[in-house]
Ligand binder design. Structure first.
Ligand SMILES: Cc1cc2nc3c(=O)[nH]c(=O)nc-3n(C[C@H](O)[C@H](O)[C@H](O)COP(=O)(O)OP(=O)(O)OC[C@H]3O[C@@H](n4cnc5c(N)ncnc54)[C@H](O)[C@@H]3O)c2cc1C
Ligand SMILES: *[C@@H]1O[C@H](CO)[C@@H](O)[C@H](O)[C@H]1NC(C)=O
Ligand SMILES: *[C@@H]1O[C@H](CO)[C@@H](O)[C@H](O)[C@H]1NC(C)=O
Ligand SMILES: *[C@@H]1O[C@H](CO)[C@@H](O)[C@H](O)[C@H]1NC(C)=O
Ligand SMILES: *[C@@H]1O[C@H](CO)[C@@H](O)[C@H](O)[C@H]1NC(C)=O
Length: 500
């Protein structure tokens, strides 16, 4: 009798021992299924990192109502594809860099054309093909402001880079503000509460420099002026660095590649609702808490159950419109608006006289940034080359990409172009409409339900989505296995200095 009891207990003892030997983590069985909502950079990289952490046996499903890639998307014009959303990547965006290497994708370096800055009446700055001349002109116009700006951005970037070290060591953060604090302390969090204009004025940059150089860059990257928060402002200025790159064939190839590499299952459909369900399972009647995802697909309304949910799309009625049913306390509404930016692609000849050049042959600019001016209906206009072959853009007629807050009217197109044939338009709810002081939405929406896109309120970029994805995957893992010592640790920067 006693022997039989012991025999029966043996497997249990063995399992316990294994659990202890493996550092406790196996005591709790792994999740069976994880659901990810959205197949942009955030969702697909989340699937990739979830697979890394949770291993090969769990099922990962990704819901997508549109195209894989999300805001990394291309548009077709006369048989060629052009980046219509997220287009350039910084050389120090290490997750994106790692993905292209891992996936065997090729990259293109951005071609530096000639830039002009237009104030609505005339150019306040024009690059020439003579590098030294540009440098002297910058000095003449703005003194040391450009150099100081470079150093200011480098300093922010240096601190920002700490995230990669934390993530290599598997540390996670339970809030976006906590993540920022771990990178640059209270100063970093405070950056969300001041505009880039205020921050730069305080550091005694000249107003002329801010208006003529900083604001135009903000308008290109975020469709808004120097009143956006200074963190996204710094990210935006870093986006004016040299060495920017993009993926041959389109940045969205990163997403299709990650989807494949993660062996996640893509479910085409629109997620409509999320609800927590308590289910009885097993003979002993023990219960399991699962999340039910209700989605609309070509075969009608369906639902699936998951242990863990990651939401990788902005939770905004106009974007994702997901209803959280019966949560107590209720999941809050995130009603802050997203900013509309319209990308218009035109194959044609630019109307140089609109920009004050009566003689088109004297005009050699390939990109025009703009300052704030009531009569200006565009944020910027520039020549782009197709994602397949970035080496030689056509010069005239060229393919121009225009960013504007509203769709361009026929009259506006006729002002901007002296002649054109094809036009393609993509209207985006592109990135948050920033208005500091900013508060990022939470990462943990419920016990095992995580939200990635709150980080966009600090700054929206493909790399930011990848960082949020890795953080959410690590957070989900550590919380599942109760590894509190891997979450929200203080002084990581100091502590990891001594690790090799
Ligand atoms: C015009 C423009 C220019 C930009 N330029 C740059 C740039 O140069 N460099 C840079 O780094 N970043 C840039 N960005 C920002 C960058 O594109 C985004 O920050 C990034 O792609 C966001 O990725 P994500 O996965 O978090 O979100 P998304 O790419 O938006 O992915 C969310 C996905 O969820 C899906 N979805 C939404 N709701 C549901 C639902 N209910 N059910 C199922 N699926 C749903 C959507 O269809 C979408 O595919 C730009 C963005 C725009 C619009
Ligand atoms: C920033 O502003 C938000 C919202 O007003 C506020 O909750 C937060 O405490 C402020 N943070 C700092 C560091 O001042
Ligand atoms: C589901 O999709 C179909 C077809 O697109 C649409 O007609 C229907 O209204 C949708 N249902 C819900 C509940 O959104
Ligand atoms: C969001 O979905 C609900 C139904 O689920 C619908 O009543 C509402 O109109 C939708 N809102 C928007 C902005 O689409
Ligand atoms: C070009 O711009 C000028 C100046 O704004 C304008 O008068 C003209 O109508 C525009 N269109 C063409 C086709 O030249």
């Amino acid at each position: 009798m006693a022997a039989r009891c012991l025999l029966r207990a043996l497997p249990l003892l063995a399992a316990l021992w294994q659990g202890v030997a493996r550092g406790n983590q196996e005591l709790r069985p792994p999740p069976a299924r994880i659901g990810v909502i959205g197949a942009g950079v955030g969702g697909t990289s989340a699937a990739y990192f979830l697979r890394q952490k949770f291993g090969k046996d769990i099922q990962i499903d990704i819901f997508e109502r549109g195209e894989v890639g999300g805001r990394a998307a291309t548009i077709n014009l006369e048989g060629k594809s052009y980046e219509a959303g997220g287009s350039v990547i910084h050389p120090l965006n290490l997750h994106m860099k790692h993905f292209v290497k891992e996936l065997g994708l090729n990259v293109h370096q951005s071609q530096g054309g000639l830039l002009g800055i237009y104030n609505g009446d005339e150019f306040v700055f024009e690059e020439s093909s003579w590098y030294i001349w540009n440098f002297l002109k910058l000095l003449w116009h703005y003194g040391l402001n450009p150099v100081r700006m470079y150093m200011w951005v480098e300093d922010v970037l240096d601190k920002f880079m700490r995230i990669y070290r934390y993530q290599v060591y598997d540390y996670a953060f339970s809030s976006n503000e906590g993540l920022l604090h771990a990178l640059g302390g209270a100063d970093f969090v405070q950056m969300l509460n001041v505009t880039i204009d205020e921050a730069m004025q305080k550091t005694s940059f000249s107003q002329k420099f801010i208006n003529e150089m900083v604001t135009p860059v903000m308008r290109v990257n975020y469709g808004q002026g120097a009143n956006i928060n200074s963190f996204v402002g710094a990210v935006s200025l870093a986006g004016a660095d040299s060495g920017l790159w993009s993926v041959e064939g389109g940045n969205k190839l990163v997403c299709t590649g990650l989807l494949y590499a993660s062996k996640a299952q893509l479910i085409s459909g629109t997620v409509i609702a999320l609800e927590e369900k308590t289910l009885k399972r097993g003979r002993l009647g023990d219960t399991a808490k699962l999340y039910e995802v209700t989605y609309n697909s070509t075969s009608g309304l369906m639902s699936e159950l998951y242990d863990i949910i990651l939401i990788a799309t902005p939770l905004q009625r106009k974007i994702a419109n997901i209803t959280f049913r019966n949560f107590k306390p209720p999941i809050p509404e995130f009603s802050q608006p997203y900013h509309q930016t319209v990308a218009t692609f035109v194959h044609g000849r630019i109307n140089t006289s609109y920009f004050g050049y009566q003689d088109p042959s004297k005009f050699s600019l390939t990109a025009i940034f703009t300052m704030e001016h009531p009569k200006l209906f565009i944020n910027c206009i520039g020549i782009v080359s197709p994602v397949e072959d970035k080496t030689k853009p056509l010069l005239s007629p060229a393919v121009w990409k225009v960013f504007s807050p509203k769709p361009l009217t026929k009259e506006q197109l006729n002002l901007l172009f002296s002649s054109y044939d094809s036009v393609e338009v993509k209207t985006w709810l592109a990135y948050p409409h920033y208005s500091p002081p900013e508060k990022c939405p939470p990462i943990i929406l419920h016990d095992r339900m995580y939200y990635l896109n709150g980080i966009e309120w600090a700054a929206s970029a493909m790399e930011m989505s990848a960082i949020a994805a890795k953080n959410a995957a690590l957070l989900a893992y550590h919380r599942w296995y109760d590894k509190a010592d891997m979450i929200d640790q203080e002084d990581l920067h100091e502590r990891l200095k001594t690790e090799l």
